[in-house]
Write a protein that binds this ligand. Sequence first.
Ligand code: 1DF
Ligand code: MN
Length: 345
Amino acid sequence: MHKTPYKRIATEEAFAPPEMLYIYRKILAKDDVDPGFKGLMGFYMSSPSARATHIMRCLTDLDQVRLQHMDEAGIDHQVIALTAPGVQVMDKATAVSFSQLANDQLAEAVRKHPARFTGMIAVAPQDPVAAAKEIERGVTKLGMHSVIINSHTQGEYLSDPKFWDIFAAAEAHDVPIYLHPNSLPKNMIEPFQECGLDGAIYGFGVETGLHALRIITAGVFDRFPKLQMIIGHMGEALPFWAYRLDYMHQATVKSQRYESIKPLRKKPSDYLRENFTITNSGVAWEPAIKFTQSVVGVDRVMYAMDYPYQYAIDEVAVMDNMQMSDEDKKKFFQTNAQRVFKINI
Ligand code: 1DF
Ligand code: MN
């Protein structure tokens, strides 16, 4: 990989402690296992396919395997999070205690390789008060400066005020929340799964985009104006929707058609521009990246590889070769991530 006038910081990279896979195996063995979880981690943890075995090997490593892959792809630094669905598929007590263990493990790997790794704080939305405390511990004791939440928690959305202690903590500690996809909840998955479109190919983006929109329309950013979130996969297509969202949101408010669609201080797209940073995880596509930069600004679009799910070395060169000013390319690959995640390398 050739030398570039910027560092490549990849911002949506995943890991899985072996202890988490042990818990997953117990959940997968239950008769009433969630169909989305079974279709996703049930697949990766049991399939003999080259894709699944590669992914399992990479996910469980926070050392030489990962570093070698980063070197081969020219990735200087990874921002690492507990892979989806993280602890959100576990019962409340297990989720709370395991999030702490996962954060300790990740912090240890970051201490060992500070120039190469940054960690996100995993939390259990099942217990919002404990999640808020873990954010505080992550920031003050572990030196982490971002939070990972894998979309819905057993069918529940963060637009519900019962979760808002989490937003209060993230805002107070000045840490962004990365709203990453999860498998589809059971009341949504059927029409996607029967045609094989429930996963990263399409369903993830639909559900995570919906989740981000629900957070916006519930008035979360009017209540927590400084709260920052991150969404991957080119903003789960929300920049492309922005015009229609703005038009139809105000039309719906005026018509008083739904009690849940209330007036907001700003247009939906204003929150996208002011409260979100977008990564291009899974979308190594210049037109989509430039369009998104034109909607939310060049300071709010960052590079992500989505290792190990999209470990595609050739895409790094495609991104290097985008027709973009050196200044904007450095923001995309390096300086936006340094600012958003407080990375000093
Ligand atoms: C997949 C994709 C799985 C993404 C992920 O976590 C994930 C996949 C379990 O391809 O099955 O994070 N992704 O973000 O695109
Ligand atoms: Mn991902």
